[in-house]
Design a protein around this ligand. Sequence first.
Ligand SMILES: [Zn+2]
Length: 210
Amino acid sequence: MELFIIYIYINSKHNNYNQIYFIQNLHFWKNEMPENKVIKYFSLIEAWAWCDICSEMVNIRVNKNEIKAGLKMSIYTKEHKHINPYPDLEDTDDFSGQEHTIYLYINDNYDITGVKSFFGDSPSMSEVGAGIVEAGGEVRIPIVVKEVSPMSVQLGMLSIDEFKLLKVCDGMNSVQECAEISQKPIDKVEEMLVKLRKKGLVKVIKRTSG
Ligand SMILES: [Zn+2]
C-alpha cells in the first residue's frame, strides 16, 4: 500500500490526473483505511483491523504460539474485547465507548481473512450478512451442528478444505463471508456445503435481510 502511494506520487509529478488520484488515495489512506494490515514478527503478529463499531483501526498483538495452537489445520478466531477510548460524544448513535468484541479470522499464513465487530456474545442474526445483501434479499448462514476433530481429516472422512470451511461456519457469517474468510471461490463453498449438509455436519439458515 505505501509503495503504491509512493509510486503514484512519483508519477504524479508529470501528470495532473495522477496527482489528483494520489491526493485522493492519500486522503483515504490517512483518514480511514478499512484494509486490514498485519506485521509478522518472529514470535508474534501485530494486526490493525477495521472495527465497524469504533470506525477505527484497532491494534491487536497476537502471539504466534496462540495462533498455532488455535489453528488446528484451519482458521484461528482471535477474540478481542475493547472499548473505543475516543468515541464521538456528539454522535448519539456512537456506542463504541461501551465494551464490544472484534473477531479476527487468522489463517495459517498469519494473515487476517475476516473481521467481525459486535456487542455481546455474538452478532445478532439480523447483523450477519448485512451490508452485503440488499434489504429484502436473502442471507444464507451456515452453522455447524456437529463438531468434528482434525482426526476426521486424517481418517479421510473430510477434506482439509471442508474442515477449514466448518471452522468459519460459526453462525456469524453468510455463505459469501465464509468464502472470503476461507479464501475459496463461492461455487466451491456451495459445493462443499451440500456435502457437509448431507453428512449432517452443517445446516444453512435462511434469513431475509431487514
Ligand atoms: Zn471497536
